[in-house]
Structure formats: structure tokens, C-alpha cells
Design a protein around this ligand. Structure first.
Ligand SMILES: [Zn+2]
Length: 71
């Protein structure tokens, strides 16, 4: 595991910053590979859910507009 900024080896996952150049480390570097997979799955779930929400919202807006048109 190396710092993406100065390419030096990062010895600890605990600090959120590189000990050499103080660059902020991407969270992916601080996680175990299986944790990264979990996180990706979680993000995918959230994206899926928000896509459904957007669809519902669009349907609701269309419904509102059609109601307004009727009035
Ligand atoms: Zn660095």
C-alpha cells in the first residue's frame, strides 16, 4: 500500500493522512479488500434505491402536472 501522492509506503491504516507528505488518503487505501467490496455493494444498493426514488418522484410530478391540467 503506497501513498498516491508521494508513493511512499504507508505503514498504518489508522491515520487518514500520509505520514510523509500529509496527503489525505483515499478511504479505499484504508480499508481491507473485503471492506472495499462491502462498501461498493452498499453504494450500489444506495444508487439502486435512489434511482427508484427518482422514478417515483418523476411519476408523482407527472401526476401532479396532469391534475393541475385537469383543474
Ligand atoms: Zn504521501
Amino acid at each position: 500500500m503506497n501513498c498516491p501522492c508521494c508513493q511512499r509506503l504507508i505503514y498504518s491504516r489508522q491515520p487518514r493522512r500520509c505520514g510523509f507528505c500529509r496527503a489525505e488518503l483515499p478511504s479505499e487505501l484504508l480499508l481491507e479488500p473485503h471492506e472495499v467490496d462491502d462498501l461498493k455493494n452498499e453504494i450500489r444498493d444506495i444508487e439502486k434505491r435512489s434511482a427508484i426514488d427518482l422514478e417515483k418522484e418523476a411519476a408523482w410530478e407527472a401526476e401532479l402536472k396532469s391534475r393541475r391540467r385537469r383543474d
